[in-house]
Design a protein around this ligand. Structure first.
Ligand SMILES: NC(=O)c1ccc[n+]([C@@H]2O[C@H](COP(=O)([O-])OP(=O)(O)OC[C@H]3O[C@@H](n4cnc5c(N)ncnc54)[C@H](OP(=O)(O)O)[C@@H]3O)[C@@H](O)[C@H]2O)c1
Length: 342
């Protein structure tokens, strides 16, 4: 099978498409023919070893000291079940699925083996494969940080910093769905998009320092590492929480001693993924797709992610999606988001 492989850390050009053996499945696994996957900020971190301050050694120990231990990146995918182990009864060949290998990676390939009880769900019928592939990374992170870690309540006021990224665009939609009043921080060019996702107010970080405002929030969700506790604590209500999606070592130490600072990593549960799929089917959540690249243009896809300016997800199409209803290749989608709220 074809897979995108990197054997050394570095710029987008370290990635190339090679022939690799097709993964073998065990008794309790399914084999998925991948139709679409994404290049995420997680892939960028693993490819470049760019990590929050103080976590460089931990990242090398995880990813491989001198070279990548797992040469195939890719945290999320959509596709078709094509084979199953003899112990699997829940999934049938032909099932359309969305899956999150997460930190195990490996989704930048034509085939992926997943445990049948892993982070796997039926693909929502109304989405293309490209759109469905963009559900887990941003959606699961947003869901877990808002609902499970931050315990966001209806009626609370939340500030979401980095509201146009994969995690931020999902967080704006989910927070609004949970009944919170959302203020998003993004660049002016993404203000309309973030409003269309459910933000009541938008702050353009290039024109205004969000930390100087008078408004108080019950939760600040920071996806950009630009809202450390010392900078934003005065913006929180007495019970307000700072929820940091991308924690430095210092943030982790602070979270260990201060219950109002929350960090950690998303666990990527199948229950969470199935919940997100139901929200998609109910029209309450739509995974925002920025651009769709053919698999062979994976280096360009990585380069776009490296810009730090993507809106939602950057999708790789492994099998061209003729039923695609999403954004045109090479353009940011705002229409689906707007129609979601219309
Ligand atoms: N803890 C976990 O388990 C976990 C899970 C997933 C992701 N993460 C981390 O979460 C972070 C966000 O991930 P992501 O995938 O959402 O990133 P992303 O999609 O690459 O974020 C790009 C977006 O960030 C916006 N942005 C950049 N600088 C900003 C600033 N100063 N203020 C406001 N917006 C800004 C950009 O908007 P403009 O173009 O308008 O500037 C762009 O839309 C990453 O650090 C990632 O590693 C952690």
């Amino acid at each position: 099978m074809k897979a995108a492989v990197y054997r050394t850390y570095g710029p987008p050009e370290v990635v190339s498409i090679e022939d690799r053996p097709c993964p073998r499945i065990g008794d309790n696994d399914v084999l998925i023919r991948v139709h679409a996957t994404t290049v995420s900020s997680g892939d960028w971190r693993l490819r470049t070893l760019t990590v929050p301050a103080g976590l460089g050694l931990a990242m090398r120990l995880f990813a491989g000291l001198r070279k990548p231990r797992q040469p195939v990146l890719g945290t999320e995918l959509s596709g078709l079940v094509v084979d199953r182990g003899k112990g699997v009864t829940d999934w049938d060949p032909g099932d359309r699925v969305v899956a999150f290998p997460g930190a195990k990676m490996g989704a930048h390939a034509e085939y992926v083996a997943m445990p049948a009880d892993g982070c796997l769900a039926h693909k929502p019928g109304g989405l293309s494969f490209g759109e469905a592939a963009a559900i887990p990374f941003g959606g699961l992170t947003a869901l877990e940080f808002l609902r499970d870690k931050g315990r966001l309540q209806a009626g609370e006021r939340i500030l979401i910093v980095g509201a146009s990224g994969a995690v931020g665009s999902a967080a704006v939609q989910l927070a609004a769905h949970f009944g919170a009043h959302v203020t998003g921080v993004c660049s002016g060019e993404n203000a309309g998009l973030v409003r269309s996702l459910g933000a009541e107010r938008v702050i353009d970080y290039r024109r205004e320092d969000f930390a100087r405002g008078r408004e108080r929030f019950d939760m600040i969700l920071d996806t950009t590492a630009s809202a450390p506790w010392t900078r934003v604590r005065h913006m929180l209500t007495p019970k307000g929480r700072l929820v940091i999606v991308s924690s430095s070592a210092r943030d982790m130490l602070r979270a260990a001693v201060n219950r109002r600072v929350i960090g950690g990593v998303s666990s990527g549960s199948h229950k969470g993924l199935r919940h997100l799929v139901r929200l998609v089917e109910d029209g309450a959540f739509f995974p925002l797709v920025d651009r769709i690249y053919p698999f062979e243009h994976i280096v360009r896809a990585h380069a776009h992610v490296d810009s730090g300016r993507k809106k939602g997800a950057v999708v790789l199409s492994i099998i061209p999606d003729i039923s695609r209803r999403g954004p045109a290749a090479g353009s940011a989608d705002t229409h689906r988001a707007q129609s979601l709220r219309a």
